[in-house]
Design a protein around this ligand. Structure first.
Ligand code: FES
Length: 128
C-alpha cells in the first residue's frame, strides 16, 4: 500500500481523520507516560493507564494531564511504572492506592513520593 504522505506534503492529506481536535496536541501540565511494555503488562500495567485516568478525573485534574501508553521504557523490574514530564520523575506504582497517592500528592500537591520514586531524568537533575 502506498501511504499518501510518502509522495507529497503532509498538508495534502488533511483532514484525513475528521475531527479538528486531532490536528494539534492538547494543552496540558503533566505528560504521564505509562508503560504498557510486555513485562509491565504481566504485572497488570495495562490497568495502570485506566486507573491513572480515573484518579486524575476524580481529583479534578484530568484536563491538565495527557496520559500516553508506551512500549518498554527499560526499567522492567520496576513495573508497573509511570514517568511524568516535564518533571522527569519516574515511579513504580504497584496498585490503586499507590496511583491515588501519586495523583493526589505528586500531581495535585507537588510533593515527593519517595516510597515509589526510583529515577529522575538527567535533564531534570541538571535543573535545565
Ligand atoms: S516493560 Fe515496562 S519498563 Fe520494560
Amino acid at each position: 500500500m502506498f501511504w499518501p504522505f510518502m509522495g507529497g506534503a503532509l498538508d495534502d492529506t488533511v483532514p484525513s481523520l475528521g475531527k479538528p481536535g486531532w490536528q494539534n496536541p492538547p494543552d496540558f501540565d503533566f505528560h504521564l507516560l505509562v508503560c504498557s511494555g510486555p513485562r509491565c503488562h504481566v504485572r497488570d500495567g495495562a490497568s495502570l493507564s485506566h486507573m491513572m485516568k480515573a484518579e486524575c478525573a476524580e481529583a479534578g485534574i484530568a484536563a491538565r494531564c495527557l496520559t500516553t501508553t508506551t512500549g518498554c521504557m527499560f526499567p522492567c523490574n520496576r513495573g508497573p511504572m509511570v514517568a511524568v514530564y516535564p518533571q522527569g520523575d519516574w515511579f513504580h506504582l504497584p496498585d490503586r492506592a499507590a496511583v491515588r497517592r501519586f495523583v493526589r500528592e505528586v500531581l495535585c500537591e507537588g510533593r515527593a513520593l519517595p516510597e515509589f520514586h526510583f529515577h529522575t531524568a538527567r535533564l531534570a537533575r541538571s535543573g535545565a
